[in-house]
Write a protein of this length. Structure first.
Length: 95
């Protein structure tokens, strides 16, 4: 679905996009319930990176507070594993 928002790409909504949208909607509606933070202590940030994107989870006392993820930018696809993992940490701490 992200290809639909890229420059110089014709917007075409067909069965494939409809199925992807429905699946995304279903996953978002059935996502794990997140907790509200309590105080300002005991936070843990888990970060991960792959050749496709960066992700992070903020937790407090074993409860999920927030999820975040994004696709890699074109230039980041050439990064080493070490640089991608550091990029995930920077991404997590900036949001």
């Amino acid at each position: 679905m992200t290809k639909l928002t890229q420059k110089n790409v014709k917007f075409e909504w067909r069965d494939k996009q409809e199925v992807a949208f429905y699946l995304l909607k279903q996953k978002l509606c059935s996502a794990s319930i997140m907790a509200l933070p309590e105080g300002s202590e005991d936070f843990i940030v888990y970060c991960n990176a792959s050749k496709k994107g960066l992700g992070a989870v903020l937790m407090q006392r074993e409860k999920v507070i927030s999820y975040a993820s994004r696709q890699l930018m074109i230039h980041e696809k050439n990064y080493t594993t070490h640089d991608l993992e550091l990029g995930a940490v920077v991404f997590a701490l900036k949001i």
